[in-house]
Write a protein that binds this ligand. Structure first.
Ligand SMILES: Nc1ncnc2c1ncn2[C@@H]1O[C@H](COP(=O)(O)OP(=O)(O)OP(=O)(O)O)[C@@H](O)[C@H]1O
Length: 459
């Protein structure tokens, strides 16, 4: 087992890589002369694989790249891919997304490393062997955010790779794998985490290279905060540090007064009910500044509520019989009921109307187009909506929120939502259309987006 100490040592790795490249180049020339019948391209690929194999003592690399948040795991993954691309260009060997398959367990992580979700890349939910044939060419597969993987996920990945490559004995079909992540971060939803399973052979016995990044780059400009978070991760904070955190809690006896909170403050809330209360308060503040309580004044078009359908109630004693709710009752629900309060029979939570205005930060909660960075967890800003043909603004209804008249439209009248991505790879002022997916059961209100706490990630 190898231990690579610090992020800085990546430089050392790249120096080794350069030597490797020079050697590979030399060997390629030699092997061209040795085997004149083999195509030059084929020989270059074989040499490259052989050289990569030598780095890990001719063993199949199954590595684990770890380190606290901000130590540069994603940075290393992107650097390795850029480096490999350059190397392949020099060797005139084809390099594309199947040469190094970059995947992550979550959509947001996949965006940050320019990859795909692991489930999508390996078609976890589908039987599509032919589509996956291309993985036969992979020099390396990277799986980021491995703390999210359950034992079952890893076993599925192992089985898929064995099946794709027709190598039922070699782990992951014999392809080099690097898992990246930090087990102190989030665990899988509804599965057993890898570190908790003593008989998970795939994880515990197969990892043969461990790389730990120790220098935190994210907090270079605020080392004090970085150290505090590091202690949070390792042993838990000291009493003084808890006091520092508490001094940032709005409403605590030492915390900031509401009037002193900057408009771009980042809120951390413990529960969804608190998150929604903050969202609603911010929305009402926006209405106070821009909207009227006079029903005769036309509400402004930059602000819009999107509801899933007309709220109805189930008639007692009657099967499948529903009555429309009174307008007043609807207004109360739209104004004060949030996603955290609405649960269906299957215990799923559903959003009442989304309260939006031009520029409102949103968090995407589905993997729509991961390579286009429209992925679960990615941040975007609401710009507007595109209405379905035949729908006009005169079809909008007005609802009352804290006495203010606000435009409201049913999701069935909308073709797509217009957003601007705030993080990920998209640059410039480009706007995106996003299809709204919703379940149209009258009591199930599901949306593509959930509004975040007006917060943007700081780093
Ligand atoms: N070796 C490095 N030199 C300079 N900056 C770096 C280096 N490694 C990472 N960074 C920067 O530090 C920040 C955090 O890096 P990165 O997102 O890769 O961390 P991470 O370990 O993947 O974090 P997380 O676990 O939260 O996803 C980024 O802004 C990145 O550009």
């Amino acid at each position: 087992m190898y231990v690579v100490g610090r992020a800085r040592e990546i430089d050392e790795v790249s120096r080794q890589g350069l030597t490797l490249y020079k050697e590979a180049e030399k060997n390629t020339k030699e092997s061209v002369e040795d085997h004149p019948r083999k195509s030059t391209k084929r020989r270059r690929c074989d040499t490259l694989r052989h050289q990569i194999g030598k780095v890990v003592n001719n063993k199949q690399l199954i590595g684990f790249l770890s380190g606290a948040g901000g130590t540069g795991k994603s940075h290393v993954i992107k650097t390795v891919c850029r480096y490999a691309q350059k190397l392949c260009e020099e060797l005139r060997v084809k390099f594309d997304k199947t040469s190094i398959v970059v995947t992550a367990l979550t959509g947001a992580a996949a965006v940050s490393i320019n990859g795909e979700t692991t489930a999508k890349a390996f078609a976890f939910k589908r039987e599509v062997r032919n589509e996956l044939e291309e993985f036969k060419n992979a020099y390396l597969v990277i799986v980021d955010e491995v703390s999210f993987a359950s034992v079952a996920d890893l076993q599925l990945l192992d089985e898929k790779m064995k099946e794709i490559l027709d190598r039922p004995v070699e782990p992951f079909g014999g392809v080099p794998f690097v898992f990246s992540g930090d087990f102190t971060q989030l665990s899988p939803v509804g599965g057993v985490p890898l570190y908790k399973c003593d008989d998970c052979v795939t994880w515990k016995q197969l990892i043969n290279v461990f790389m730990e990044l120790k220098v935190n780059h994210r907090f270079e400009k605020d080392p004090g905060w970085g150290k505090l978070l590091e202690r949070f991760r390792d042993k838990g904070p000291t009493t003084d540090e808890v006091a520092i955190i508490n001094s940032r809690v709005v409403g605590s006896h030492k915390g900031p007064l509401e009037k002193n909170i900057p408009p771009d403050a980042v809120y951390a809330t413990k529960t969804n009910v608190d998150r929604m209360a903050i969202n609603d308060a911010i929305f009402v503040k926006h209405l106070e500044k821009t909207h009227s309580t006079d029903a005769n004044v036309q509400p402004l078009m930059h602000t819009l509520c999107i509801k899933a359908g007309n709220l109805r109630f189930h008639v007692r004693g009657a099967r499948k019989e529903y009555h429309a709710m009174e307008k007043k009752a609807q207004d109360i629900i739209y104004a004060s009921v949030g996603e955290a309060h609405v649960q269906d029979k299957t215990k799923k939570y559903h959003d009442p109307p989304l309260k939006l205005y031009h520029g409102r930060p949103l968090c995407i909660n589905q993997n729509e187009d991961v390579s286009g960075c429209i992925a679960n967890g990615a941040m975007c800003e609401f710009r507007g909506v595109k209405l379905k043909p035949g729908v006009s603004i005169t079809d909008f209804e007005t609802i009352l929120i804290d006495g203010y008249c606000v435009n409201c439209v049913c999701v069935t009248q909308i073709e797509s939502m217009v957003v601007k991505m705030l993080d990920g790879t998209t640059e410039g002022d480009e706007e995106h259309l996003i299809e709204l997916k919703q379940k149209l059961f009258m009591h199930q209100l599901g949306f593509l987006f959930r509004a975040l706490d007006q917060s943007q990630r700081k780093a």
